[in-house]
Each structure stands twice: as C-alpha cells, then as structure tokens.
Write a new protein. Sequence first.
Length: 204
Amino acid sequence: MNGFQGVNLVWMIGALVLVVSALSVRRIGFGLLVRTVLAWAAIILLVLLAVGHRYELAAAWSSLNAGLGLEDQRVEGGTVRIRMSPDGHFWALVRLNGIERPMLIDSGATITAISEQTAGKSKVQASDGLPAIIETANGNVAAHRGRIETLALGPLKMHDLGVVVSPNFGDLDVLGMNFLSRLHSWRVEGNVLVLEPKAPTSPE
C-alpha cells in the first residue's frame, strides 16, 4: 500500500468512527446504525474513487459528449475550438494513426505522452534503449521515446510527431507543446481553447 492509499484509509476509518460515535450518542437501533455506517462508507469510497480517477472520468465524459453530438469540440474552417470541461481542463478527440482517443491538452508538458495501451492500439513503437526521465505533476517517471506517424485533431494533421510512452501514465494521454508549437497559434478565449493551423505554403 502506498502512502496516498494509507492516508485515505486512515481518513475513511476516522470519518466512520466519528459517524458511529455521533449515532451512538443518540442511542439509535443497531440495524439503523449498521445501515447508516454502510451508507457513509459507500459515499466516502465513491469520493475517493472519483478523486483517484478524475482524469479517466474526464476523458470518458469528453468521449461521451462526442458520442452524443454535444459541441465540446467544433471546427470552423481549419480552426478547432474546444470548450473547457467541467474539470477545468481542455480535452480533445484525437486520432493517432487512425485510432481515436480523448487526450488532455497540456501546455505545461514539453512532449506528447501516451499510455502503453494507447501505444499498442495505435501501433506506436517505443524505443528499446534506456528510458528517458520525464518530469510530471506526480514526480519523475521513466518513459521510452517513440514516433506517431500521423496525428489528427479534426483538420489539424501532423506527421512524425515525437511521443513518450510509459505504463506510469495509466490511461491518461497528453498532447504537449511539441504539438502546440507546430500550430500557427493557440489561445484561450474565455472558456474556449482556439487552435489555428499554419497557412499553407504558396508555391513559388
């Protein structure tokens, strides 16, 4: 058990003890006491699961919205507009070598990062050499470098994009600055992320 799980367990046990103590003072029946404790335990467990899997839940929410036809991601000409998700992040539906995945757009990430599952599905080959050490919000992780042959976010298409692959990313896939820097521009207008493509080069 890691430290985070241990703290959560202690917190949950402490909360249950407080609930039991409060109910005991009121001298309620044993059956009602058991049902109340179980209900509180279920609520606490759901909160812990939601916090621990917030990125996966946000990605699933983005994918569900896309399936329902909700306009979280709109295309206007060659420009893509992405509305901020309820979690405060911008999620995009991206095709990696033809495989669609929800990805978190993170300007704080130097390079695009994908999970081992996504790498396998999209046939991205990671290098067999020594792993690179990548600094993330949760600390440093070891990851192998690879290349995405084709990445498409709506009409925005890029080829031979560098990525890092690691099991430590879980189910989270991130579009980093090596993607954003290839655009003509990107900006946030209110709660909408605007991605603009580079103008095509005119033949001489």
